[in-house]
Design a protein around this ligand. Structure first.
Ligand SMILES: [Zn+2]
Length: 190
């Protein structure tokens, strides 16, 4: 008897409306430890509502993402081929650093870790639909700093940076929002 696949078991359970992705930040150099959680189904809904061109990740970006993602390798064989070939979802998280306020963008793979692992294993290109800054901020459901929940609205701190509609491949007027957080990569689950 084989153990059931944990990913398939989750899907079979049906309601994954609270499916999330979280990332740890700070915790060093005087920056408080914080964790931000994004709601994945909301990101899917936003992308479905505003179609956009997928962005192909470089091999380096793809490899970087996969070192930071947990996934179930055995589950890849359970995913239909046409789903494996679909783009994932990602976003750039902007941090503003130094007295000059230099913007750094860090790519996050929000959805599609199994598809990305498959593409990497097959030596195929992998693309993501990129969320705008306003969209990724609106997917945030939790912002915990030093163990205290501050709420998603506390993330929006500084104007003028972040992925625009145009950069996300959406042909409409530009929408800008921002965040000001010092980021640090951490292992993520998704
Ligand atoms: Zn499975």
């Amino acid at each position: 008897m084989t153990l059931p696949c944990s990913e398939c078991a989750l899907k079979a359970a049906g309601d994954r409306a609270d499916e999330g992705f979280s990332q740890d930040f700070g915790g060093e150099d005087g920056w408080p430890a914080s964790t931000i959680a994004w709601l994945v189904p909301e990101a899917r809904r936003l992308v479905a509502a505003r179609p956009r061109r997928p962005l192909e990740l470089s091999a380096q970006h793809l490899a970087e993402q996969m070192t930071r993602r947990d996934y179930t390798p055995g589950h890849i064989a359970h995913i239909p081929r046409e789903l494996l070939e679909r783009p994932g979802l990602g976003f750039y998280f902007s941090t503003v650093e130094g007295p000059e306020g230099i913007e750094n963008r860090h790519l996050f793979l929000l959805d599609g870790a199994h598809r990305a692992a498959w593409a990497m294993g097959e030596g195929r290109p992998f693309s993501v639909y990129v969320l705008t800054e306003a969209e990724q901020l609106s997917c945030i459901v939790s912002y915990v700093v030093d163990g205290q929940e501050l709420g998603p609205e506390a993330v929006m701190l500084a104007p003028g940076v972040g992925t625009t509609d145009r950069e996300a491949g959406i042909l409409s007027r530009s929408s800008r929002c921002t965040s000001w957080l010092r980021g640090r990569w951490a292992r993520v689950r998704g």
